[in-house]
Write a protein that binds this ligand. Structure first.
Ligand code: HEM
Length: 541
């Protein structure tokens, strides 16, 4: 298995940012939450005929089924999202698998592979049900474009067959027992999918969901109930002896592995399972590497120039991580400082601009962040600017007004270098054109006097099915005669057909001698007025 490499984060790093946001805030760029589906160790809502499966359990089983088809002999397979192409196989039977793939699909995109989400799903599952955070998390898994080999163990098999299946994952027989008992610490078996294991109810609308132990939480009950003989685990105690795979496996070493777990106690069990899961989620195809995604103490979010209320605005949010045991300094002052990009005082030659934040909010967080004892505060900066001077490098100074000296966040000394203002996205001039919300007039601004040879928007839509990849489309935008130039920009537009939910865009302009682009923007179409945060005063020094 692979150990994630630690990297030195510097902005910009869109893949790191996207994975960090999903892991610790739980959301994709447009705010939809993945971790909400599982936090609090939730169950499905039990729609008719589908039962109330434990979401965390489904996500962990999904990771296992993706991982186990690794082949240690040739380095193929592992957590590579091939499972999305294998869901029609009998070895991957079950409503939980289908529901999980639907949960995950919406979150994969440009910088977040399905395989990275599969791994993250297991982490969320574990931490939301009282298990331990599996950190550090490594991101960078690469998605398989087709099904991989078969090889998920099924209940009817012999211990030798189980041993061989787990050997392919790189595990010996006691590690196989450990991983299985850790997996079966959550969830259970559904009558609808496995009537040979859990006999169905006489009411055809009812699904019987038989848990592996008496608690929905991740704890060592699956071990203690097995050893004290009270277990109702349907893979141990069953009238149908062909399906008692856990019994066969747990007995295969004379119960030694189970006794080690019992002696370790509940905490020891959780730690051992964390390590077993770590191996599972970091088993990936040879040649793929993982980089560590740590929570960022200070994170710059979506710096951009746009037009709001007829003003050219520079917008940026600073997200600060807050230790839950420490009070949030309410009278904290946070100053955004920046240099002009152009003009006689560019690069802070004789002038530094400053402004205070315009609004504060509390971003969402995940069970992983909860377990770290951390939360977030986000500070929104909005300042009116002039394109003649624009924005170059910026940084922040945070003063908690508690007698300690202020902290400067400047991207590790380099400052955040606002990359380009030659092409800007204008969500407040863009419009949705049809009732089905699939056709949009998208507007961008190109800085005058650039002479463009091509202005375009690339859209990246969320994949529509398991076997498809996110859809990528490019639309050429043309000069829009209905929007007069203003604030130093000429406006280009074009009709883009796409579902805005989860949509990200790149915008770009080519001129005769140069190309400018802005990548991975949240494709918003906003009203002219709604939700505008009024800009704060700019001072200069
Ligand atoms: C010999 C090996 C294994 C066999 C034969 C086996 C078999 C099964 C079966 C038949 C189910 C019922 C699924 C359903 O009703 O939807 C199940 C559930 C589950 N398995 Fe395994 N399993 C094995 C090993 C593992 C391992 C190694 C893990 C993870 C580390 C794991 C994690 C889970 C989880 C979390 C569930 C509950 C799913 C839910 O409640 O939706 N299993 N297993």
């Amino acid at each position: 298995f692979t150990v994630p490499t630690k990297i030195n984060y510097t902005w910009p790093n869109p893949q790191y940012d996207a994975l960090e946001k999903l892991l610790y805030e739980g959301t994709r760029l447009d705010g939809l939450s993945l971790s909400d589906s599982v936090s609090g160790c939730k169950s499905r809502d039990g729609q008719e005929g589908r039962g109330t499966g434990n979401v965390a359990a489904e996500w962990v089983r999904f990771a296992f089924h993706d991982a186990i088809t690794h082949n240690i002999d040739d380095g193929t397979g592992g957590i590579d999202g091939s499972l999305f192409h294998e869901l029609d196989r009998d070895e991957n039977r079950g409503q939980g698998m289908k529901d999980t793939s639907a949960d995950f699909l919406k979150f994969a995109g440009r910088f977040v592979s399905r395989a990275d989400i599969v791994a993250m799903g297991a982490i969320f599952g574990m931490s939301s049900c009282g298990g331990q955070n599996i950190l550090p998390y490594g991101g960078g898994r690469v998605d398989a474009q087709k099904a991989g080999r078969c090889g998920v163990p099924v209940v009817e098999q012999s211990v030798d067959q189980f041993t061989e299946a787990f050997r392919h994952l790189g595990l010996n027989s006691s590690q196989a027992i450990a991983l299985t008992v850790c997996g079966h610490a959550l969830g259970g078996v559904r009558s609808v999918d496995f009537p040979n294991i859990v006999p169905p109810s006489s009411d055809p609308h009812q699904v019987i969901y038989r848990n592996f132990d008496t608690t929905p939480q991740f704890d060592s009950r699956v071990v203690t109930e097995y050893l004290d003989g009270t277990t109702q685990n349907p893979l141990v105690v069953n009238a149908n002896q062909t399906v008692t795979s856990d019994k066969r496996l747990f007995e295969s070493d004379g119960g030694a592995a189970m006794r080690v777990f019992q002696n370790a106690g509940d905490r020891g069990f959780k730690i051992a399972c964390r390590e077993a899961y770590r191996v599972m989620i970091n088993t990936i195809p040879a040649g793929v590497s993982l980089h560590q995604i740590d929570i960022l103490p200070a994170k710059v979010i979506e710096p951009q120039i746009t037009i709001e209320n007829g003003e050219l605005i520079f917008k940026v949010d600073l997200r600060l991580t807050q230790n839950l045991t420490q009070p949030v300094p309410l009278d904290r002052t946070i100053t955004l400082k920046w240099c002009d990009k152009r003009g006689s005082q560019s690069d802070c030659n004789g002038r530094v601009n400053t402004a205070q934040f315009a609004a504060r909010s509390q971003p969402t967080q995940t069970p992983v962040t909860d377990q770290l004892g951390l939360s977030f505060y986000s500070y929104a900066f909005r300042v009116a600017i002039d394109i003649q001077t624009s924005v170059g490098k910026f940084w922040f100074v945070v003063d908690n007004n508690d007698g300690n000296s202020p902290t400067t966040y400047n991207n590790g000394g380099a400052n955040y270098d606002f990359q380009q203002d030659s092409i800007i996205f204008l969500p407040r001039m863009s419009q949705t054109k049809n009732a089905g919300k699939t056709l949009h007039k998208m507007v961008v601004g190109v800085r005058i006097p650039l002479v463009s040879t091509r202005v375009y928007m690339k859209t990246y839509e969320v994949a529509k099915s398991n076997t498809e990849q996110p859809q990528e489309k490019s639309t050429t935008l043309s000069l829009d005669g209905t929007i007069p130039p203003q604030k130093g920009y000429a406006f280009f537009s074009g009709d883009v057909s796409a579902n805005l939910l989860g949509l990200t865009i790149d915008i770009g302009v080519d001129t005769l001698d140069q190309s400018y682009k802005e990548e991975y923007l949240n494709a918003r179409v906003l009203g002219c007025q709604a939700g505008i945060i009024a800009p704060t005063t700019v001072s200069t020094a």
